[in-house]
Design a protein around this ligand. Structure first.
Ligand code: THU
Length: 156
């Protein structure tokens, strides 16, 4: 078995389409809503739905650490409750770590990959994912599912 994953790399999010740049700007603006006093690692996420509605979210930590939730799952939950039934076309994820920016984009955690995978199954439509940084490079996968090959589902 071969698993091939296509990841397109850009040196800056300024090379993206104006619609995607708009979504990146929303994800960056969400960084200030992060509640991350324990890690000082802020993550912002945004989604554009098929009806062009945009939602944003950020990581929300808790003094009982495992209670915290990642930005990706926050924004997916907002989208599926506030815009029920509308497919997610694109997701952007951006971050700032305690020391400032990195050049390398954040790779979503395993739990978020599973959540994105389930959203894709629910909507039967691929989600483009843009992993970016404020000033560094950008990675794009046209199908976020590619981040989680051989994923768990109840349908065998
Ligand atoms: N975090 C996210 O929001 N998304 C990820 O994909 C990985 C990690 C958050 C969780 C925690 O609040 C902080 O980043 C440090 O792990």
């Amino acid at each position: 078995m071969n698993i091939n994953i296509k990841i397109t790399e850009y040196s800056s999010h300024k090379e993206l389409s104006s619609k995607d740049q708009e979504l990146v700007a929303i994800a960056i603006s969400q960084l200030k809503t992060s509640h991350s006093p324990y890690s000082n690692f802020s993550v912002g996420a945004s989604v554009r739905l098929e009806n062009d509605v945009i939602w944003g979210g950020s990581n929300q930590e808790n003094s009982s650490y495992p209670v915290g939730i990642c930005a990706e799952r926050v924004v997916l939950s907002i989208a599926s409750t506030q815009s029920k039934g509308h497919a997610v076309n694109t997701m952007v994820v951006v971050y700032t770590d305690p020391k400032g920016n990195h050049d390398s984009p954040l790779a979503p955690c395993g739990m978020c990959r599973q959540a994105i995978r389930e959203q894709t199954l629910r909507q039967k439509k691929a989600i483009k994912i843009i992993l970016t940084t404020k000033h560094g490079k950008t990675l794009i996968l046209n199908n976020a599912d590619d981040l989680l090959p051989l994923s768990f589902t109840l349908d065998k």
